[in-house]
Structures are given as structure tokens and as C-alpha cells.
Design a binder for this molecule. Structure first.
Ligand SMILES: Nc1ncnc2c1ncn2[C@@H]1O[C@H](COP(=O)(O)OP(=O)(O)OP(=O)(O)O)[C@@H](O)[C@H]1O
Length: 261
């Protein structure tokens, strides 16, 4: 197994705030990780580092064998897919859905006068089909529902064929049906050996797709626990991570948590 992502003693400080504090974390080839933690725990910051968009204040981050700070991030970036709310905000509402996915082949948002290969268009259409939004390919992005947009964002992140895919709260803002459909689509992705290594940030155990293998629990910028899901997803660990008494259930291939009060 080779290391896909390695944090060694990573801290991120901004002014007087310590956002991540001495975080060490290893992601291996074939892993599917979920990062869980309360608001402000540092989850998005961890993804910012993993996607080369931020450098640590202290410690080392290695991504796909390349050390941040010692490599050209513009060469590394296409190898790492990212779907996040802040990237999604850059997509113009008037952009045609197929182009939203297609332009990711060149690390761009917004189509200008580029010529795309027929194979790129075929790949964009195949990704839209894989996330069950092929029928929307000719629609304007701004006319899609939140659930449809989330699927298009993930298809876009997969377009450059990344070796590592980072998903920041992909189910945020979805209704129950939309969440379940997305969890199903992500389960298929997780269970496909050809998929990239996956790291998904969420607040809710219910959003862990079947096929995910590991969990990183973050609290106040530090690692509370990290390892295989079955070992980490205990009531004790989640209670300490979220700072409230919780019961945890594991029913078949799904997880859930509720107050133990
Ligand atoms: N530039 C900055 N300067 C100071 N504090 C910052 C800065 N960026 C982030 N923070 C703080 O760092 C903490 C962690 O932020 P981060 O977005 O990584 O948390 P998160 O776990 O993703 O939270 P959420 O679940 O609410 O999205 C937060 O308290 C945030 O206010």
C-alpha cells in the first residue's frame, strides 16, 4: 500500500488562532475516509491542505508522494479532485451543465473558445450519466436544484481523472430523498476499485456512504481518533468529538447517531 496523503505534525495558525494543532494522518491507496467533527473543528482546513490550496504553518503534508512546499502545486492540483461549496460558488449560473463538467478537464470554470476533444465530451457525458444527471446536460447550471448541482459538482471534480477525490459536505442542504440518492451514488463510487481514493467531510454519520473504510474524528483542531470505521465510530469517541452524549448505531452498512440523554 502506498501513501496517498500524509500529514505529519501539521499545524495551521492564523494570528492568535490555532486552526489545526499537530495533526498526523495517513491515507493509503484504496482507502475511503470520512472526516467527522463539529463546526469549527478544522475539517475544511484539512481539505484545503490536502487539495494544495493551503500550506501548513508547521509540519509536513505529502500528497501523492509530493511534499507541499517542495513541488509545483499547479502540476499536483489536477491529480486531486475537490468538490466544495466555495468552488461551487465560482460556477456561473448561465454555464451549460455539460460545460461545467467539461471545463474541469483544463482546470477552468467558464467556457471561452477552447476546443475540446470528442473524448472529453464523451467523458463529461458519462460522468453526468453516472450521477444520474445526464438529462440535464444542456440546461443552465443556475436552473438546477441543490441536489442536482451537488451531483454536477462531483462529476466536475472527477473529470480530470484524479487520483484523490475530496468532497466537502456533499450532502449539505439536500432533502432526505436527495441525501439518500447522493449517498447511494457515492456508495457506488466507493465500491468501484477503479475510483480514486476518497475523503469526504461531513457532520453526520448518516451521510457515510456504504463502502467507506476509515474515519478521522477532529475536535478543536486536533485528532480525537483515526482508523477503521468499526474501531473509531464508537459512542465514546463521537460523544467526546461532538461534546454531547451520543448513542451510535451501525445497521447493515449505514451509521447513525442520536442523543443519549
Ligand atoms: N483565516 C482565518 N483566520 C482565523 N480563523 C480562521 C481562519 N480560517 C478559519 N478559521 C477558523 O478555524 C476554525 C476551523 O475552520 P474550518 O472551516 O476548517 O472548520 P470546519 O470543521 O470545516 O467547520 P464547519 O463544520 O463549520 O464547516 C474555525 O473556528 C474558523 O473560524
Amino acid at each position: 500500500m502506498s501513501s496517498v496523503l500524509s500529514f505529519q505534525g501539521v499545524s495551521v495558525r492564523r494570528g492568535a488562532s490555532t486552526i489545526l494543532d499537530d495533526v498526523s494522518w495517513e491515507v493509503e491507496d484504496g482507502d475511503r475516509w470520512v472526516i467527522l467533527g463539529p463546526n469549527g473543528a478544522g475539517k475544511t482546513t484539512a481539505l484545503q491542505l490536502a487539495s494544495t490550496r493551503m500550506h501548513p504553518t508547521a509540519g509536513t503534508v505529502e500528497i501523492l508522494g509530493e511534499r507541499l512546499g517542495g513541488t509545483d502545486v499547479f502540476e499536483l492540483r489536477p491529480r486531486v479532485g475537490l468538490a466544495s461549496a466555495s468552488l461551487a460558488e465560482r460556477i456561473a449560473p448561465g454555464e451549460v451543465v455539460r460545460d461545467v463538467v467539461l471545463t474541469a478537464a483544463y482546470g477552468m470554470t467558464g467556457r471561452w473558445r477552447e476546443e475540446y476533444e470528442g473524448t472529453d465530451t464523451e467523458q463529461a457525458d458519462a460522468l453526468l450519466a453516472a450521477f444520474d444527471v445526464a438529462r440535464l446536460a444542456d440546461r443552465r447550471y443556475g436552473t438546477l436544484s441543490e441536489g442536482e448541482r451537488k451531483r454536477v459538482q462531483i462529476a466536475r471534480a472527477l473529470m480530470p481523472d484524479p487520483e484523490l477525490l475530496l468532497l466537502d459536505e456533499p450532502a449539505a442542504g439536500l432533502d432526505l430523498g436527495g441525501r439518500e440518492e447522493l449517498v447511494g451514488a457515492l456508495a457506488e463510487l466507493a465500491q468501484d476499485d477503479a475510483s480514486p481514493v476518497l475523503v469526504l467531510v461531513t457532520h453526520h454519520p448518516e451521510e457515510i456512504p456504504p463502502g467507506f473504510t476509515h474515519a478521522l474524528l477532529l475536535r478543536e483542531g486536533g485528532v480525537h481518533a483515526a482508523g477503521p470505521l468499526e474501531e473509531v465510530m464508537t459512542a465514546e469517541n463521537l460523544t467526546a468529538t461532538f461534546g454531547t452524549p451520543l448513542e451510535v448505531s451501525h445497521d447493515g452498512d449505514r451509521w447513525s447517531a442520536r442523543s443519549a440523554r
